[in-house]
Ligand binder design. Structure first.
Ligand code: PMP
Length: 392
């Protein structure tokens, strides 16, 4: 039977990590994989996480099973940050469960939506490639629209048309902030309009918040999610702590459900538990427990907020430097200054991307997506100069 399986392509980004690793050039630049890097090019464990992990080692007295919902202390501790200090559970209409990373959360939002009868999900492209893969794997139809124009701005007309073409039983997937891959986010005024349009059309919003705190700030980055939740009766939210706590490999995430009332909410969650049980039984505990220990301790919370702020500030400084460079050959870098988060897409051809890799040791995804945090004071000038040469 197994020989029936066809060869699948390697994950393009993971293949890129390997290629970069094998490149002997000392001045090579990795703009591929989506992790934060310091000005020295490192992706260190947060100090707050180290301290929480030590506390966990010292105090954890059992590794016995939890339930499919995971660590509910973790799930609840995050809620004020996502939904606001003022009634984060919206009078008992929001509850969550822990998931293996944001990926597990996205998968569960789509699986739950499908169980509820959703057959199509409206989503802007380009998007995080795994969104479409998850939809494909769960046999939910993707109805796509163009997220942004060549001017580096959100294509609001395309979004309006996609929403107005929505049918009963459709959901819409939106990035809460720091759009991956474009970095092109909705303004607050655009979120106001989007929330009203979604509510008027009766679409089920699925909001993916994987980078809270890496854009304009923790509160600012939650604007869209909160605005949509204020406008609609029900929604699904996928959350990742893997970037804003630097926990990538520890797989820390959560799904939140907002239902029209607590009775429906309870029923939705039992479906979430059943789906989780059949897929991964329960999420890995360690990372969620460490995040909970941070959020339960004001000193560690302050330390985490400070580290998050350092990340956010560095990303925006690199963006400002790129924007200030203006034109690099045929590439206008100025829009990168007002884009958000780790990523932006450069309008390069595949040949140009290939030449940057082979002739200049600059590694980026085949889509032209660059990880802004891969740029440092030591390599940014070379990057801009090489970009100018190649895009000439
Ligand atoms: N959603 C988006 C938009 C992402 O970019 C990512 C991570 N690249 C995720 C979800 C999943 O995050 P995690 O690593 O926590 O699975």
């Amino acid at each position: 039977m197994l020989s029936n399986l066809e060869q699948q392509p390697a994950d393009a980004l993971l293949a890129l990590i390997k290629l970069h690793g094998e490149d002997p050039r000392a001045d090579k630049i990795d703009l591929g994989v989506g992790v934060y890097r310091t000005g020295q090019g490192a992706t260190p464990v947060f100090g707050a996480i180290k301290a929480a992990e030590q506390k966990l080692v010292d105090t954890q007295d059992s590794k016995s099973y939890l339930g499919p919902e995971g660590d509910m202390g973790f799930v609840h501790a995050l809620m004020p940050y996502i939904f606001g200090q003022d009634d984060p559970a919206k009078g008992g209409r929001i509850e969550g469960m822990q998931t293996p990373g944001g990926t597990g959360a996205v998968r569960l939002t789509v699986a739950l939506a499908k169980r509820a009868g959703v057959g199509r999900i409206i989503m802007g492209l380009p998007s995080w490639p795994n969104h479409a893969q998850i939809l494909g794997d769960l046999a939910v139809e993707l109805v796509s629209f163009k997220h942004a124009g060549t001017d580096g701005k959100v294509d609001m007309d395309a979004l309006r048309a996609a929403i107005s073409g929505g049918q009963s039983g459709d959901a819409i997937m939106l990035h809460g902030c720091c759009h991956n891959p474009t970095g092109i986010d909705y303004s607050n005024a655009q979120w106001d309009e989007i929330a009203a349009l979604i509510a008027a059309k009766g679409l089920l919003p699925i909001l993916d918040l994987a980078y809270q705190g890496l854009g304009a700030g923790l509160e600012e980055d939650a604007y869209g999610v909160r605005k949509v939740l204020d406008a609609v009766p029900e929604a699904l939210i996928a959350y990742s702590c893997d970037k804003n706590f630097g926990m990538y490999r520890d797989r820390v995430g959560a799904i939140y459900v907002m239902a029209e009332n607590s009775e429906v909410l309870g029923r939705v969650l039992t479906n979430g538990f059943a789906l989780a049980r059949a897929a991964w039984s329960m999420p890995p505990d360690h990372g969620g427990a460490a995040v909970r220990l941070i959020l339960e301790d004001p000193g560690l919370t302050a330390m985490w907020l400070d580290e998050l702020d350092t990340m956010r500030t560095r990303i925006s400084q690199v963006r400002a430097k790129l924007a200030a460079a203006g034109q690099a050959g045929s590439i206008d870098l100025t829009p990168l200054g007002h884009q958000n988060g780790l990523f932006s897409v450069l309008p390069l051809s595949s040949e140009q991307i290939q030449t940057l890799r082979s002739d200049h040791g600059i590694y980026m995804a085949g889509s032209g997506r660059v990880n802004i945090a891969g740029l440092t004071a030591g390599n940014i000038d070379k990057f801009i100069a090489d970009l100018a040469v190649v895009s000439g």
